[in-house]
Design a protein around this ligand. Structure first.
Ligand SMILES: [Ca+2]
Length: 359
């Protein structure tokens, strides 16, 4: 929540910028007919999505040092290899063009959570961005196992080879900063461990726990059952300072099983998306996606909700107040019919120790 408009405005600008001003040449490797992102290029149609295309959610991690690939702001601009934890921006749709099993040698597209495809750009012919929404030849990569052949399994080491240049996606210095596609073979910097999010347990880096004390000392202040005022908000309403994307970086709807704890709990440094996005992301990396059992003390009704957003300090009346998306709020409390005075004074919430990687 807070004011995400600035971010999204600039995000929109990026999108416009890339669509209008994206690289239009020079062409690469003697190919005189291909323009990045131009889906009307004749040969692009051979690389488009087909009825058979199968999509898997994946994370990709460099090997040494280990960092996750991340689409900044969920796509629309740059992609880097500098995140230590996988959340929404680090989770990609891998589109297996011919469907069936994902096997070594398949043509794939990598799409960010915001719907943007990894793309080889023009210019020097090795730059990558993740800002185009129309998959074509310049967005096509061959996924290849580092060793062996056949079906790609979770944890396999793979490389991504551009269909345009035949060069390999490469993490600069092996990980920790940017990526490009300058690799001439599938070497160490071109190697990524692939994992399929759907095949991962919901719980990942945080152990399953019946008590949130198992979350670690950094969560000590939020262990056990907390009580606070619970209010409601809509996912995309200017009156609620929302625009359809939470501060955890993912789009949501009124029916998302999500809530926002107080901003101050999530960012002790008081970084915001607007003031310091990098610090904000660091601060909230441990919060976004955490699962909580939220219980209405009046009815005993409870729901498992996930942290998807931050609760604007101005409106936080009690230390453990939470703001709940309207859909689950209706389930827990009933329909407030637009009345912001409909709140629950002592809503109970307890972190379960599970985390949903989507957030
Ligand atoms: Ca396939």
């Amino acid at each position: 929540m807070l004011n995400t408009k600035a971010c999204i405005v600039s995000f929109g600008f990026c999108l416009t910028f890339n669509a209008a001003c994206g690289p239009s040449g020079p062409k690469y490797l003697g190919d005189s007919s291909k323009t990045p992102g131009n889906s009307s290029d004749a040969n692009d149609t051979a690389y488009g999505l087909t009825a058979n295309t199968v999509t898997k959610k994946v994370t990709l991690k460099t090997l040494s040092p280990t960092y996750f690939l991340s689409a900044e702001n969920q796509g629309g601009s740059i992609i880097s290899a500098n995140r230590t934890a996988a959340q929404g921006w680090e989770t990609f749709d891998l589109l297996d063009s011919d469907g069936g099993e994902l096997v070594s040698g398949d043509s794939v597209y990598l799409r960010s959570s915001g719907g943007f495809y990894l793309q080889l750009t023009g210019g020097n012919g090795t730059a990558l961005n993740i800002s185009n929404q129309n998959p074509g030849l310049w967005e096509t990569f061959k996924i290849v196992k580092q060793s062996g052949t056949g079906v790609i399994q979770p944890g396999d080491i793979i490389g991504l080879q551009s269909a345009v240049s035949n060069l390999w996606v490469s993490a600069l210095n092996g990980g920790g900063s940017g990526i490009d596609a300058h690799g001439i073979k599938l070497d160490a910097w071109e190697s990524f461990a692939i994992n399929f999010v759907s095949s991962m347990p919901v719980t990942s880096n945080i152990p399953t726990a019946s008590s949130s004390s198992k979350l670690g000392t950094e969560f000590a202040a939020l262990s056990g059952t907390l009580k606070g005022l619970a209010s409601w908000y809509r996912a995309n309403a200017s009156a609620d300072s929302t625009n359809g994307t939470g501060w955890c970086g993912r789009p949501y709807t009124n029916d998302t099983k999500g809530f926002a704890p107080p901003f101050i709990k999530m960012s002790p440094t008081l970084a915001t998306w607007t003031s310091n996005p990098e610090q904000w992301k660091k601060d909230t990396a441990k919060w976004c996606g955490l699962e909580a059992r939220v219980t209405n003390p009046k009815t005993g009704k409870s729901e498992l909700l996930y942290i998807v957003d931050a609760f604007e300090p101005t409106w936080v009346r009690t230390e453990f107040a939470i703001d709940i998306l309207i859909g689950p709020f209706i389930s827990l409390v009933g329909n407030p019919n637009g009345d912001k005075n409909v709140v629950v004074q002592d809503m109970q919430w307890e972190l379960t120790g599970n985390r949903k990687l989507d957030w």
